[in-house]
Design a protein around this ligand. Structure first.
Ligand SMILES: [Cu+2]
Length: 143
């Protein structure tokens, strides 16, 4: 009766590619070509909004703002002792926070997203009780 020991062998392959020295005597070093200028637009930092879910079926603030083309970070701080959600259908946002929880979501707001949208809590009865507000997505660059 023997115990089979399985050995793991990690094989590391280090491959170094040397571009050989071309050109012999008399060749002048050619200037290294500049990498093509891609000049990426610096990504604007995400806009952060904090929405609090309060006792009595309220969101505070009831109106938030976002910017088209700029990511939005939503911080949902549930100060109630029951669970709430934060939903924006048009922006594909669905967040759930249990009582006392804080959750975050990063939302891509596309350039075509400008407009006014409703946010609400989708737990039955909550929206009717007043848990709704609106997101205003302003065009890019409008502050
Ligand atoms: Cu709710």
């Amino acid at each position: 009766m023997g115990m089979a020991a399985a050995g793991l062998v990690a094989l590391l392959l280090a491959s170094t590619s040397c571009s050989g020295d071309r050109g012999g005597f008399g060749s002048r070093p050619s200037p290294t070509p500049e990498p093509p200028a891609i000049s990426p637009e610096p990504l604007p930092s995400p806009l952060q909004v904090v929405v609090r879910a309060r006792e009595g079926f309220r969101f505070e603030p009831a109106s938030i703002r976002a910017e088209a083309g700029r990511a939005l970070e939503i911080v949902l701080r549930n100060e109630d002792d029951r669970a709430h959600t934060f939903v924006v259908d048009e922006l594909n946002v669905l967040m759930l926070a249990g009582g006392g929880q804080t959750v975050r979501a990063a939302v891509a707001i596309h350039l075509g997203n400008a407009g006014m949208f409703a946010f609400y809590c989708q737990i039955p009865g909550h929206r009717a009780g007043g848990m709704e507000g609106r997101v205003r997505v302003v065009p890019p660059g409008s502050g």
